[in-house]
Ligand binder design. Sequence first.
Ligand SMILES: [Zn+2]
Ligand SMILES: [Zn+2]
Length: 233
Amino acid sequence: MGVVHRMFELLFPPLCPVCREGLADDGLCAECVKTIRWIERPFCPVCGIPFSAGTEEHRCAECIKKRQPFEKARSAIYYEGAGLKAIRRFKYRYDMTVEDSLQRFITYGLALLDTEGFDIMVPVPLHPKRLRERGFNQALLIARMLSRHTGIRVEPQALRRVKYTSPQVALEEKERLVNVRDAFMVEDEGLVRNKKVLLVDDVMTTGATIRECARTLKRAGARVYALTLARVV
Ligand SMILES: [Zn+2]
Ligand SMILES: [Zn+2]
């Protein structure tokens, strides 16, 4: 089986999982790789929002105005191009052929956090109803990918989603805040109290979900660092 599979791969190299046209080399094809924009310095040292090149590193207006519930937040790529397509394939079609790319994104994002010594990883949870609809929690799978790489333990039970909310995608920024308010709960504070927690999700849009999760964890005594694959800038 192994040998046959390898011969097959030699004869028919795998197609790029995003465009299905180019040959996958190192995850995606060369054309798709070109459309991935990695988040680089300078960015806000707190929330990680990137500034246009040439700007010095400083806290962004938002982070100056109010204290964030997380210590730091980072994302690996801009939510666009082939990176966006890869994340959507994974999230809505459970297409794991993009796993290598996602693994690369999340590892890069972790390096941007520039922080060590996490006690646990906590994926942003789905409401049980949404979990039944989708069949899996994409944030949990991302956390597991990163766990295989880093050995940081995943604690999926730490945070529970207790409010069924409309998909954030359809909402404006203000509505998103109201939508997720009090949506999460820490049932067993012992799991997170005095822990350095790495909160993981796929995409950060307005940050409303990440902030609400971080606030909930912080109230239970955790220090929270947030990490997502991609970010809407
Ligand atoms: Zn491609
Ligand atoms: Zn900021």
